[in-house]
Ligand binder design. Structure first.
Ligand code: C2E
Ligand code: MG
Ligand code: MG
Length: 700
């Protein structure tokens, strides 16, 4: 009962004159007055109308005042609805009876008006006190549910809502900015949630639900939506009549938008912040911000090897480090920052309001430094580096989608450049991404369109010197780009899996060519050709069968085919690979380790694989004999190979000096520009003819 509101009285009397007289007088004193001519009429009125006090005539035809009182007391307690009986002075018995069944007081007719006013005042005073107590008890109960909740209290009679300060605060408002209208609430409900909120409320009112509980979005002052939980309970009077609904509002936004593992905000909130920054960048000249995309290097490996529980722990520690790095960098760059956990092992950081791009780079550098330290997880030291991509947000960006894409691109660049580093996005990266996508789609069609061809680079034996074979090297005749070298498309083909069909084509084409040459230029021993095989091909169970098929369908002696497998491909999944190599060896084909010395293959490891030739990588040959370290490595490879009964081919021999050195350490085979660049097959076959002619000449 709000104090600024008129108190509502109901006069129940069968005599119209009495009712009218009292009504006029009471109205003059500021009361709101209703009339009822009988008990049933009074009861019906009380069902639809909230009244503060009843003046009830004892003597009425039909239902007597006492009976009406009894009925009312079945619905309202004496403190909920005071009833003052009006009796004739000789009705003492009735007065006693009335007080016994629950009347609050009585007046005698003819009514002494000042006395009546005093008695009403006493009753209403008591009523107000009880109500206030009730109200504060209810509010206290609700408040106790969570001091952080925003209380609300809706008086259905006056249709006014008391919104506590915290309620307004959750939505970003000051006390005076919110009125007491229910619309303050409903007009802020997200359109998609409104129907559900209303129906939940209605259900509770109708008694179908014991309490009201609804999760929905409310529009914040900023225009963004907050997730809230609104709980409430209808308050009914003794008669079960609804007159109030009160409850609390809890801000769920944080739990809705935070990552359960790390507690960091998740994508949802992060995007909201990005949107805000972008809008600001568009409207505020000179304002810019930075987006850092962070990926834990080799997280999958760590996760798989240490188990998911440890993986989670690691992510948690990473999150802590990021948060710490950001807090520290805040003072350095004066940037307000938020870290957010994206997918599994991806994080992003928003550096709000940076003065210069260099600020963002400095933050990234600091992070990299911190991540060089190992983690202690369950007493175990774990190293986990991160790669960072940076995109600087300015008004030129159309959407945060573009910004996220660019930071992502920069992050992948950081990975490609060797991980554990940070890269700043620039336009050329975007172009590179587009170019790469173009290559990918062109590459898929290149096989069908027959755009590949094989070049052949001669391989020479060093003593006696002579042409003993070739290495087949693929070239792509691109309709627009011309001849594309393999380093520009083989890695992409491997990533996209197109390498399988390309590799299959190379194998069949090389075998066909070898046979054709062997027929055209017979030699003893017959010419052999090295064919490069990707790790992806090697790990397919069908591979051995395909090699057999390529050899047999061309009627080729198996040893004329020499498969080159890079050291890196050998080491990945070594057990499966060594099984495959054993099967290939059994076929009789030659097996060579390519690019030896560039991977992690230790010498002692090599004898696990049935290989017959080791190809020393060009990087060790190019600065022979002056680079003593490389000379030492070449010497060590020679020693190892000899002890394992393997031959050695030196790759990338370009100078006579290099060749002399290789001869001096008894290297048997060499290839390189000194002898010849890779040649188209028509040119290669000419070399075969020349060699054959020279052989014949020496023989003669
Ligand atoms: P690789 O198997 O180590 O081939 C040797 C590479 O060194 C060839 O590059 C060759 O042209 C180059 N080279 C040879 N002698 C010299 C020299 O004296 N100086 C210099 N600077 N370079 C020399 P290419 O043809 O560009 O092939 C690069 C790589 O692409 C190959 O390295 C191989 O790993 C891969 N590749 C080539 N063809 C195929 C193929 O058919 N299948 C697969 N999976 N990979 C291939
Ligand atoms: Mg090779
Ligand atoms: Mg090589």
């Amino acid at each position: 009962m709000a104090s600024n509101q008129a108190e509502r009285l109901l006069i129940v009397d069968d005599e119209e004159y009495n009712r009218d007289m009292l009504e006029r007088r009471l109205k003059r004193h500021g009361f709101e007055v209703w009339q009822a001519a009988s008990g049933p009429e009074a009861v019906a009125l009380l069902d639809r109308q909230k009244v503060d006090l009843v003046l009830l005539d004892v003597m009425m035809p039909g239902q007597s005042g006492i009976d009406v009182l009894k009925e009312l007391r079945g619905k309202f307690t004496a403190s909920d609805l005071p009833v003052v009986m009006v009796t004739a002075c000789d009705q003492t018995e009735e007065v006693v009876e009335a007080l016994r069944v629950g009347a609050n007081d009585y007046l005698t007719k003819p009514v002494n008006f000042p006395v009546m006013l005093a008695r009403l005042a006493t009753q209403l005073q008591a009523l107000r006190a009880t109500r206030a107590l009730q109200e504060s008890q209810e509010r206290f109960m609700l408040a106790a549910r969570g001091s952080n909740d925003g209380l609300w209290d809706w008086d259905l009679m006056s249709n006014q809502v008391f919104y506590a300060s915290r309620w307004k605060q959750i939505l970003g408002f000051e006390d005076h900015e919110v009125t007491t209208s229910p619309e303050e609430w409903f007009s802020r409900v997200h359109p998609e949630d409104l129907e559900a909120v209303k129906s939940d409320l209605q259900q509770h009112w109708a008694g179908a639900a014991a309490s009201f509980e609804s999760e929905h979005r409310l529009r914040h002052k900023s225009g963004n939506y907050r997730w809230v939980l609104c709980r409430g309970a209808a308050v009914r009077d003794a008669a079960g009549k609804l007159y109030r609904v009160a409850g609390s509002l809890t801000d769920l936004t944080a739990s809705k938008v935070s990552d359960p593992l790390t507690g960091l905000p998740n994508r949802l909130l992060f995007h909201e912040k990005l949107e805000t920054c972008l809008a600001k960048a568009k409207s505020t000249p000179g304002y810019s911000f930075a987006l850092l995309f962070i990926d834990v290097d080799r997280f999958k490996v760590i996760n798989d090897s240490l188990g998911h529980a440890m993986g989670d722990q690691l992510l948690l520690s990473v999150a802590h480090r990021l948060r710490d790095a950001v807090r520290e960098s805040d003072t350095v760059v004066r940037a307000h920052s938020v870290a957010a956990r994206f997918g599994g092992d991806e994080f992003a950081i928003l550096l709000d309001n940076i003065a210069a791009t260099a600020d963002a780079q400095r933050v990234a550098a600091r992070m990299l430094e911190q991540f060089a330290e190992p983690y202690r997880l369950n007493g175990q030291e774990v190293f986990a580096s991160i790669s960072i991509g940076i995109a600087v947000g300015n008004g030129e960006y159309e959407s945060i989608g573009d910004l996220l894409r660019d930071a992502d691109t920069a992050m992948y660049r950081a990975k490609a450049l060797g991980k554990a580093r940070a890269e700043l996005f620039d336009r050329t990266m975007h172009d590179a991404v587009l170019a790469r996508l173009q290559i990918e789609s062109d590459l898929r069609r290149a096989v069908e369109r027959d755009q590949f061809s094989l070049f052949y680079q001669p391989i020479h034996s060093l003593s006696p010197q002579g042409l003993v074979g070739f290495e087949a090297l693929i070239r792509w005749r691109h309709p627009v780009r011309g001849l594309v070298p393999p380093n520009l498309f083989i890695p992409i083909a491997e990533e996209t899996g197109v390498i399988i069909s390309i590799g299959d084509w190379v194998l069949r084409e090389a075998c066909r060519q070898i046979k054709a040459w062997q027929i055209e230029v017979p030699a003893s021993p017959p010419i052999a050709v090295g064919v490069n095989v990707s790790g992806k091909q090697l790990r397919r169970p069908e591979f051995v069968g395909e090699v057999r098929q390529a050899i047999e369908s061309n009627g080729l002696e198996p040893k004329s085919l020499r498969l080159e497998i890079t050291e890196t491909a050998l080491v990945e999944d070594a057990d499966t690979v060594s099984q495959t190599l054993i099967a290939l060896k059994a076929l009789g084909v030659g097996l060579q380790i390519d690019d030896f010395g560039t991977g992690y293959c230790s010498f002692s490891y090599v004898d696990r694989f049935p290989v017959d030739t080791v190809k020393i990588d060009r990087s060790f040959v190019c600065d022979l004999p002056h680079n003593h370290e490389h000379a030492g490595i070449v010497q060590a490879v020679m020693t190892m190979a000899k002890s394992l009964g393997m031959a050695v081919t030196a790759e990338g021999v370009e100078t006579q000096e290099q060749l002399d050195h290789l001869r001096s350490v008894q290297c048997e085979l060499a290839q390189g520009y000194l002898f010849s660049k890779p040649l188209p097959s028509e040119d290669a076959v000419r070399l075969l003819h020349d060699a054959r002619a020279a052989d014949l000449a020496t023989a003669a």
